[in-house]
Design a protein around this ligand. Structure first.
Ligand code: XMP
Length: 520
């Protein structure tokens, strides 16, 4: 029997919001199980006895597009608490007899919310002033309340920002409590699941691990799976998870592009092949990559060559393993969030992420992406649960094209060698000074300029090394890390004293935007 079958849950009905998975994630943070279902897929097969509460998500639709807003209205007869968020708030109001219209004043971004009445939903939510900053994103608004509802809070431009029907336990909020910008937003979710839905804690990273392993077993059956292992957090976690589920049916393919960090290939072989006994095909393709990248300076060309070669090599070795049916990828939810809706509800497409769907299409392999509903920190917790070392789990991100995009201009073997050493000194120093885990990502780059220096009374004419270290939440925006003079001085001395080929070290003090994290 499936672990999830017996769990009581919060059901999240998805109307295609960008934030639906964030709602689920917030609920998981409180140790409670939830399930997301597209608004189009609610049917009588759902076991309502397991459902302690329902959340209606936001979404890009308008409630008056009645043909598109499909869902089984029976949920209003189930006698369970319901919370509508943004579009969900408008759905509740409209379905129960209120009115929703195009808003006179659209509200986007942070807006001041004012308390008018008390509610179970807002216990400990409001600040002492009775005013909280909340994050809004809507162009329609509720203009008339449905019968039995009263107002709990409003803004300067909208009268019904939080509403409740106390006797039925129905709540509607126009803002997004799930996004981190909303002041005390998590308290609203907490109040709903614990005080209103009376949920007990029933979900942990151990459950998560067991449920995911079960899901992989059910999906894969007796078939074979291949996985491109890079040694990064996501592919490492996915490989270990699938290995725990189906053991020798999994083969990992690890391509050494020659653009990895110092000794990275040995670490990966040691951990995955020797320690975990995972089937691992190691492909040393250094020469091929270097040959094809010869004289290539353009960043996009570099990326294309590397991506193309990687896929070709991967396909070649994957074909050698007979009867493979599945390709495992460590795609995370933020990789998908802007590409497509995960439940199949209608979501506005914003951009296609570079990691989604990049691997072999021609091979007709089925994709399995067991981490597709998780966020990075949840993947890290899962990694620890799977007994991966902290060193792997808390590793800084490393891009697919590797050192190639940290070496503007031509790529040569001697430059790679210099860069590997410089990066190793910088990263080891961060670890030795207890700084590594305070920084989201750090690396050394080799700039394609040579400058004059003086060493031991002699003139030198060597490369410039650039150090980059940033703090960030998700890599979308970033700020440079503020090192002490003592630390930068030590690293700079160590690099110059130990590496022939570098006579100047600089530190990148730009944020993202306007810069990006990588150089190319
Ligand atoms: P940028 O340079 O765009 O990078 O600010 C944001 C984050 O993405 C990583 N990155 C990549 N990761 N394949 C990847 O798997 C890529 O092609 C790639 N390019 C950038 C980068 O290291 C940073 O963490």
């Amino acid at each position: 029997m499936n672990l999830k079958d017996n769990l009581s849950k919060i059901l999240i009905i998805d109307f295609g919001s960008q934030f639906t998975q964030l709602i689920a994630r917030r609920i998981r943070e409180f140790g409670v199980y939830s399930e997301i279902i597209s608004h189009k897929k609610i049917n009588s097969k759902l076991d309502k006895n397991q459902i302690n509460g329902i959340i209606l998500s936001g979404g890009p639709l308008n409630v008056y597009q009645s043909k598109k807003v499909k869902f089984n209205k029976k949920i209003f007869k189930w006698n369970v608490p319901i919370l509508g968020i943004c579009f969900g708030h408008q759905v509740i109001s409209k379905e129960l007899g209120g009115k929703v219209k195009k808003a006179k004043h659209r509200e986007f971004g942070l807006v001041k919310l004012k308390r008018l009445n008390k509610s179970k939903l807002t216990v400990n939510f409001f600040t002492k002033t009775g005013i909280n900053k909340v994050w809004m994103s809507h162009a329609d608004e509720v203009t008339k309340l449905a019968k039995g509802f009263k107002v709990i809070a409003k803004t300067n431009t909208s009268n019904f920002s939080i509403i409740e029907n106390k006797s039925k336990n129905y709540y509607g909020i126009q803002f997004h409590p799930e996004v981190s910008h909303t002041e005390n937003g998590k308290t609203i979710i907490k109040n709903f699941i614990f005080y209103i839905c009376k949920m007990k804690r029933n979900w942990s990273s151990k459950n998560q691990k067991r449920a995911l392993i079960q899901e992989v077993k059910d999906n894969v059956g007796k078939s074979k799976v291949i996985c491109a292992l890079s040694g990064g957090v996501d592919s490492s976690v996915v490989a270990k998870l699938i290995h725990n589920a189906v053991g020798k049916q999994l083969t990992c393919i690890f391509v050494n592009t020659g653009l990895l960090r110092k000794n990275e290939e040995y670490q990966i072989i040691r951990i995955f092949k020797n320690k975990f006994k995972i089937n691992l095909v190691y492909v040393n393709a250094k020469k091929l990559f270097l040959n094809k990248l010869k004289n290539v300076k353009d960043p996009e060309k570099k990326r294309k060559i590397i991506g193309y070669l990687f896929i070709k090599i991967f396909e070649k070795y994957a074909r050698k393993i007979k009867n493979v049916k599945f390709l495992a990828q460590g795609t995370l939810y933020p990789d998908l969030i802007e590409s497509k809706s995960v439940t199949g509800s209608q979501t506005a497409k914003i951009k296609s992420h570079h990691n989604v769907g990049g691997l072999p299409k021609k091979m007709k392999l089925k994709l399995i992406e067991p981490l597709r509903f998780l966020f990075k920190d949840e993947v890290r917790k899962l990694g620890l649960e799977l007994k991966l070392s902290k060193k792997i789990v808390f590793r800084h991100p490393f891009p697919g094209p590797g050192l190639a995009i940290r070496m503007p201009g031509e790529i040569t073997e001697s430059k790679i060698k210099i860069l590997k050493e410089a990066d190793d000194i910088f990263i080891s120093s961060l670890r030795n000074h207890g700084l590594y885990n305070k920084i989201w990502q750090a690396y050394a780059a080799l700039l394609p300029v040579r400058t004059v220096g003086v060493m031991g009374d002699n003139r030198t004419y060597e490369y410039m090394c650039m150090l980059r270290a940033i703090t960030s939440e998700d890599g979308m925006t970033a700020d440079f890390f503020d090192f002490s003079k003592e630390f930068t001085q030590q690293v700079s001395n160590k690099i110059i004293n130990n590496i022939k080929g570098i006579n100047r070290v600089v530190y990148d003090i730009t944020s993202k935007p306007p810069s990006t994290i990588e150089l190319e």
